[in-house]
Design a protein. Sequence first.
Length: 157
Amino acid sequence: MGDLEASRRARDPRIQPKHWMMMAASAVIHEDGKLLMVRDKQGFWAGVGGWIENGESPDEAIIREVREELGVESEVLSAFRPFIAWNVVAGERPINFLLFPHAVRLLSTDLKLDPAEVIDFAWVGPSELDAYDRTPQIRHIHSQRLPEWLAAFEAGG
């Protein structure tokens, strides 16, 4: 018979953490062939998104983030496959990043931006994205996943 207590100790993240992970949720909002992009206070463009708070699911987090950043309610249409970036912060224990992107529909277009969160928004065609200043990380995620996301929207998802 197995030793359950030894098994628990071997898997206890307080004793032997396997990965240190930052988790965030993002919204891919696509209407009439364009993506909704928001500009943060540092001047960079991305989709709506933010950190997942303790006890939240990724779906709950993105609904909250849309409400906080845009001042409107929304609904999750579907979840895309997660995006993992390893070793985004180097150190004794490297920190990794796990993003849960979602197809999201706004329930209102009467956006009320929270200036503490975002300072501008734009509806941007995929071919126009290079004209928008995005962080290297957002450019990388878009290069890896945007075709997949757009194909899902074209297929009705």
